[in-house]
Design a protein around this ligand. Sequence first.
Ligand code: MN
Length: 729
Amino acid sequence: MKTEITKQEELAIEQAFADLLKSYTATRHHQKVDLITRAFEFAKNAHAGVRRRSGEPYIMHPLAVAKIVVSEIGLGSTCICAALLHDVVEDTDTTIEQIQQEFGEQIAVIVDGLTKISSNLLSKEASTQAENFRKLFATMATDARVVLVKIADRLHNMRTLEFQPKEKQLKIAGETQYIYAPLAYRLGLFPIKQELENLSFKYNHPAQYEDICRRLENKQTVQMEHFELFAKPIRFALQSMGYDFEMQARIKTPYSIWKKMQDKNVSFDEVYDLLAVRIVFKPNTDRSEKEQCWNIYSAVTEIYKPHPERIRDWISTPKANGYEALHVTVMGPEGEWVEVQIRTTRMHDIAERGLAAHWKYKMGNDTNSELDRWIDQIRDLIKQHSQNTADFLSEFKLNLFSSEIFVFTPRGDFNILPQGATVLDFAYQLHTELGEHCVGAKVNHALQPLSYKIKSGDQVEIITAENQHPQREWLQWTNTAKAKSRLNDYFRRGDRELIAQGEKKFNDELNRLGKSEMHDIALHRLLHYYDFKQPAHLMLQIGKGVLSLEPLEELLKSKKQRQRKEEAPASKPQIPKLLVLTDYGRNKEYTLANCCHPIPGDEVFAYLNDKNMFVVHKSNCPDAERIKSSYGKRLCPAEWDNSRTQTFVETIALQGIDRTGVIIKALEIISTHYKCNLQYMQIKANDGLFEGRLKLDVYDSDEVRKICSEISEIPEINYARRIESRGEK
Ligand code: MN
């Protein structure tokens, strides 16, 4: 809707901008009021006349996002300007070049990144979804501020979600729950993460949300009385210690209550730790913050008995997102467990705004901050998946959504690994060299294998051996992107050596047979024999010793000699059997892929799926590229045996001149010459031409090929060809 802005609205806009500037000038950032004012005017003109669904003038949205950026994330003028301008390229005629001219490279890069991240991260197709993730992180790797502004944008959209239609609400809420809340958490934006989760919950489960809110309200008075009772002696103790402090009651959010009810399968009344208490104090400069936190801990536990297993020291080892605090759960005066969080004002600032705020001050100099490390990890992931995005999503989740564990070296250095990390992951995290020679580890002084899953707090000493080298099965024992990508690098290197060995074996064999002049022919025939297209693939298997060069002598004989041999009766096994040639072993169990329905004679390959079952696909299966790139290490060449003991359904399409008897001729070939069972037939005639589809039971692709070529020889037939199954039923 485009309508003139009323005087009142004009006033509201000016008010919101003044409020933004007030928040900005209160920070310690450089004072770039002029730049921000220009960005505001620019955005206001660009969005002029446009309104949001809520009916507000559109500019109120960028203003609100900018306000979140400064007040709730703690970012400076660059991000404020980017926030003000974040929708102009996408929604108006403004180009990114104009932004660059007006506001410089840095702001333009962020606005461009924000425009590029599709607002539609969770699309129906998994591939698009993965692609969007990749885009998001690629953008993030260039400038993490893109993501911070994006989160602010999402937060404001969630706050105003009530104006969206129902189905859009669900979609946006789902996306927020799935992507933005974990992202916010990982960036240390804890209050934003909580609010995003809570708002998602509100729209995803409105009835439960209302119910929990109502129950919380009923309890509120009691809770506050409870808090006052609990806090009183602590306040007294801290005052007598001379601390400048604040004590706050923290009531759990409806979402976190609901989650607990789900996780623990309990009712609302059984969620006992509704109340948490936070102590934020100004530390004295004469002693360390850590020492003072523990002093306060002592004072609190003098008064209330602590739960022995519920002390969390996030000061000695801060969370990966930068969070620092001391958490202790104590028994309150009414016999209830109450969590007490002890933080200094500095820690509190980090907890509320995350590393983002701190990171700003570190811009330009190379710091080892957690945020940088995190972005490095993301970059590793993107690099590894630059070719294919199929598995990107799951691996990203593996690293980002799982919580971290802490692992100590014998010297007491600590490392952060994702939950589920193994000894092998840890070895690779420390150094590629350590990973490649790792034979196991001493975990808390006990010997453990490579696949051992490390627990938080474990002390791990990696044991190596010179003669140890990576094995393919190691890939199953790694859960970090780094270890996986290093292993894949290693195997790629190894493959090159094996290919060279294969080539040498091949040449040696030719020399032995005295046929080195027939090199090209020999290679061609061997490729055909083993059903390979790429010489490198063949040589790799020969290099590994999986495929033998034995058939070479036979293959180099003349065609006549060979044909005679082929006509000799072969012994026929009773069950249809696929000859699988692989370093995993021969004749494993297999299934034929549903997507491309290979039949004997088709050029196929197999890959080992997660259930340790070989799945056979056609080499030209549309899925093959994806499978090959994602599961490259699990592929193995496959060949059919020619036992002809089982039939398969194949479809033939034909077209010809619609003349009496032509169909009969075709059917005669099928049923009389080839004795094939016809399952289904469909014929459509139009303008003197007909088109038909036949489904037959055949033994193999050769049979289909022969049938088609024979039908094609009927003079009235234009063509008869096999329909390659491509996913459709
Ligand atoms: Mn927006």
